[in-house]
Each structure stands twice: as structure tokens, then as C-alpha cells.
Design a protein. Structure first.
Lengths: 241, 241
């Protein structure tokens, strides 16, 4: 509706959860913080333990959507958020270079559309390929001595952080959607090709660009301006050929 | 020691918890957020489920102290905090008139001594008499439609809130400094010149780039990667001249 402020709509996406009790506990904490949409990718059986721990959040379990793959689950999501409480010391630094949960929660209400919060397996978390698909990685801060959170606690802390920031944000800002984002990323990728960017570094640098934009959350206006700069740059290089 | 800043020491006090699984989950989330002291008032048996859910936080269970009454548990605590996620509509309003968790967490690090965080029973919470004993009541905000948190999630959200306020006093991230920022902006400006960007739009677009980077807060490593891309792009354009 005209003049109406759209707020982001959140989807809690659990990738291959292994324990029904965790899924039930996630449903309950979602209800506690007023989240409704639960996506389950190849979950275990929703057993008695699951329904018992959901308590008064049975409806969230009833309304949950099931997917046979991660790709199918995230197909219509505008902005994908990988979550983790584990620091990576690996060389995939861009991939996992995270923004802190408190910072994310303050900024995300400037965005619109469908926001997918992706939580990985109880044992392995998210695979690198799944993380690379996401627009941003958010870290839930934990103590170095024991970083691994129980799945439902990771969701709980995350949703609490969003919940307390929801009311404090009323600012109106028009942000870009999935199609615009992909155009922007693909222009950047074309630019890397045109400047003969080393192939072995290309993917990492693309992810870095995604992360920077993911943290900055560009407005429509910024998007069009950036696209103008990219487009003129590409023209300039190609004309000279 | 003279001149040394004492920080508060926290004690997690569970009053008559009924499920071993909850106690185990509390132990785990305590370890995740670097809390060590667990007091148990008339708990249920610490069963297999309890030890299983504690995962790598067995030491917290081993070191837990047992008390036969609330009074005995809190005898040596300097500052007692009753916790709840439930609003009271009763006439005992003064008793339950709470401070919000976010506010409490910001302020408590100014305190010293032993701080007891008291969490009530899974079903009845804390009795009025127990609340009256406490110095303050802290409310964990939850949605009105379903306020009752699982015990371990109440503890989890509470400790997360304390943890991020502790960390925010010593957070260090290697971000770029003034000189690097200015180099980055000036490369962007050179790029605009090279692509014959309309002069009347140039200043605006430079500011936009600054704002995007200001929100993204690039790491040193991202900075060097971005500079590499800019530098190769400028080279490419200039060589073609």
C-alpha cells in the first residue's frame, strides 16, 4: 500500500536438523519472540520429543514447510543470512568474515522483503557452499573456550537480538531486492574478468564484494548509482579493445 | 589490588528445576558465555539427559553447589536479581515492577561483588516471597502472545545479553584507518575521472561510496583486496589510452 512501511519478513531455515527436540525448542522460542515462518531442509522425524518441547507453539510446527534441498528452500528468499557461533581460522576468510549479531540486528530493519536466517546442522554447521550462497554471515558471539551453541539456543539468542531491535527501528529506507543484488554482483564479476583478475582468487573476491554489500545494505538510489559506475567502467574498458 | 577494577562475579541460581535436561542445557549455555558458578536449590536428579545436554560443560555440573533452601543459597550473595519473562497484571506490581534486560546488562558492570541471577521453576517461576528477597527484578522481553520461555532459553538469552555488554568494553577489530580509507576514496575518485563521470554528479557519488564503506566497515584484508581491484581496473583503462 502506498506510503506504508514494509518491514522485513523473517524465515527461520534449519538445514538438516538431527534432533526432534531441537526443532520443537526452536518452534517455542520462535513463538516467544513472535516469529512465524519455519523452513526445514531434510529434517529428522518430528517425533514426540519435538511436539513436547514446542509446548504452546504447535502451530509453528504445523505450518512449517519442508524442502528436499537447501537450494529449493532459499529460492524465493531475497536476502540470505548464514549464522554461526564459530570463528574460522581457515583461509576462506572472505567466506566466513562475519558481522556481529548485535550490529546485524540494528541494521536489518532497514531492509525489506524476505530475509532467510540459515542455521546449520548440530554437528557440522553449514557447508562452505551453503555459506557462499548467502549474502552475509552473522556471528553470534561466544566465549573462545566453548563456541558451539546448541541449535535452539543459537536460534533463541538470534531472535532475541532481532526482537529487541524491532521496535527501536522505524526509519524508512528503500533497499534493493534479490534481482538488483544479483545484477550488481554479476557486474562486479564481469569487471574482474575484464581486468584479467587471477582466476584462483576470483571466487574469494566475489564473496568479499557480496559481504561488503551485505553489510552496507545499499538503498535503491545507491544501487543505481553504483550500477552506473560499473557500467561506464565496463564500457570504457571494452571500447578500448 | 590497588587500582585494579573489580568486575562483578555472577552466580546462576536455579530454584527447584524439575528437568535434568534443562539443567544440562543451562550448564552448556553458561560455558558458551563464560559463566562458571551454578547454584542449584532443591533440584531434580541430575540424570543422563542432564549430562548429555551439558556436552562439553561437564565441569560446571561437577562444580555446581547444592542447597536445600533458597535462603541458604543466597546467603552470601551481594546483589540478588530475580528474573522473569512474564508480565504481572496482579496488584503486586511493585514487587514485580521490572527493569528491562537490555538496560540491566548495560549497567550491571558498574557493580562489584557477587551477583546472583535467580531463575524460577519451569512451571511456577519464582514465588512472591523469593522475589521480595531480591534487590531487583529483570524482565526478559517476549511477545505478549506467548511469554513463557523454556528455562534454559531464559538463562541463555540473559547470559548472552550480559556477555555482549562485557565484550563491548574490550572489542577490537582490525579495521582500516584514516590513511587507508582516504586512499580507497581517492582511487574511487580517480576511477570516476577515468570513465568521464559527469562532473556535476561526481561529488554526490563520492559521498555515496564513502557511506557504503562507512556502513560496511571493511577489514584490512578486504581493503587490500578492493585496492587490488581498483588498481587493476585503472591500469587496464590507462593502458588502452
Amino acid at each position: 500500500m502506498e506510503g506504508e512501511r514494509k518491514i522485513p519478513e523473517f524465515y527461520i531455515i534449519l538445514v538438516e536438523p538431527k534432533y526432534g527436540g531441537n526443532i520443537g525448542a526452536v518452534a517455542r522460542i520462535m513463538a516467544n519472540f513472535d516469529f512465524k515462518n519455519l523452513f526445514l531442509v531434510n529434517p529428522c522425524k518430528l517425533d514426540d520429543e519435538c511436539y513436547a518441547r514446542a509446548m504452546h507453539a504447535q502451530k509453528i510446527l504445523e505450518d512449517a514447510k519442508f524442502f528436499s534441498s537447501f537450494e529449493k528452500a532459499v529460492k524465493n528468499i531475497d536476502y540470505l543470512v548464514a549464522t554461526s557461533s564459530i570463528d574460522s581460522k581457515s583461509d576462506k576468510r572472505h567466506l566466513r568474515n562475519p558481522v556481529m549479531l548485535e550490529v546485524f540486528s540494528k541494521n536489518i530493519y532497514d531492509a525489506q522483503g524476505k530475509i532467510g536466517l540459515v542455521f546449520g546442522r548440530e554437528d557440522y554447521g553449514l557447508y562452505n557452499q551453503e555459506i557462499a550462497t548467502c549474502d552475509i554471515m552473522v556471528k553470534i558471539p561466544t566465549d573462545e573456550s566453548y563456541q558451539s551453541l546448541n541449535l535452539s539456543h543459537a536460534v533463541g539468542v538470534f531472535l532475541y537480538s532481532l526482537y529487541i531491535n524491532k521496535e527501536s527501528k522505524k526509519k524508512i529506507k528503500r533497499t534493493i531486492g534479490k534481482i538488483e543484488k544479483e545484477k550488481l554482483y554479476s557486474f562486479f564479476s564481469e569487471l574482474l574478468d575484464e581486468i584479467n583478475y587471477p582466476l584462483h582468487k576470483k571466487e574469494n573476491t566475489e564473496v568479499m564484494f557480496k559481504r561488503i554489500m551485505g553489510r552496507a545494505i545499499p538503498s535503491k538510489w545507491e544501487y543505481h548509482t553504483l550500477m552506473g559506475v560499473f557500467s561506464k567502467t565496463l564500457d570504457k574498458i571494452r571500447k578500448k579493445k
